[in-house]
Design a protein around this ligand. Structure first.
Ligand code: FE2
Length: 238
């Protein structure tokens, strides 16, 4: 299994507090059967320069590597970021360093307010710069932005839509989530884990729910798309 969206890197955002917690989070995902984890700490271009963010991310990564020394977790780590949308995001220098390393896939967090056509224009400009946006937890914007139309528009534009595993909790949200995968609107799954308790490293139950409803091909499609995203990515095996 692939977890495309996590906040496991220690001490960089509101995710893992320290490297020991990060190791435990990785071990939990490994127990679930996850083979690949993308590390996607929050990046806010309005508050932080790319350089500063990359330096902090590197420090977090080195702390994690030190904590993992002599412990074979058996998982591949891919460095990335969760980039918060802003109007001039397409003009931010160094955006390429925010993509999943070695690829042109950019995990993009959209605003939790009503979107204007300008928002979609900016996404289009980011695409014109050569990136393929992966829209983080797209299901969380529904209701904030007035409906599914904008989400469907992003899909039509060629964005990849990622859903959080937690959407498979609860009868009605689970039913809706399955429908999004059934109609091929949703493409990828992530745990978006931030810690061990309130936002835990759990993703298997979501893959299992998809398998139960859509059969093995339903799961295989998600894994195939994930592998396509990570194909060219530079990873570290730990
Ligand atoms: Fe996130």
């Amino acid at each position: 299994m692939i977890d495309i969206h996590t906040h496991i890197l220690p001490g960089i955002d509101d995710g893992s507090k320290n490297s020991e917690m990060s190791v435990q989070m990785l071990e939990k995902l490994k127990e679930e059967g996850v083979t690949d984890v993308v590390l996607t700490p929050h990046f806010y271009a309005s508050q932080n320069s790319v350089e500063k963010f990359l330096a902090r991310r590197q420090v977090g990564f080195e702390h994690l590597m030190a904590a993992l020394e002599n412990r074979h977790v058996g998982i591949r780590l891919h460095l990335g970021a969760e980039v918060l949308f802003m109007d001039s995001l397409d003009k931010v220098d160094g955006l390429g360093d925010m993509a999943i390393r070695g690829t042109k896939y950019l995990l993009l967090e959209m605003p939790f307010t009503k979107w204007s056509s300008r928002n979609l224009d900016t996404v289009y400009k980011i695409q014109c710069n050569g990136f393929t946006p992966i829209i983080a937890h797209f299901e969380r914007y529904i209701g904030f932005n007035g409906g599914l139309n904008e989400i469907r528009e992003l899909k039509k534009m060629g964005c990849i839509l990622q859903m959080n595993a937690e959407s498979f909790q609860g009868f009605f949200t689970k039913r809706k989530s399955l429908k999004f995968f059934d109609e091929h609107l949703a493409s990828l799954l992530g745990s978006d884990t931030h810690n061990l308790e309130s936002r835990p490293p759990k993703i298997k139950f979501a893959y299992d729910a998809i398998r139960e409803k859509l059969g093995e091909p339903g799961v295989e499609r998600i894994l195939y798309r994930g592998r396509r995203v990570l194909e060219k990515s530079e990873f570290v095996e730990v």
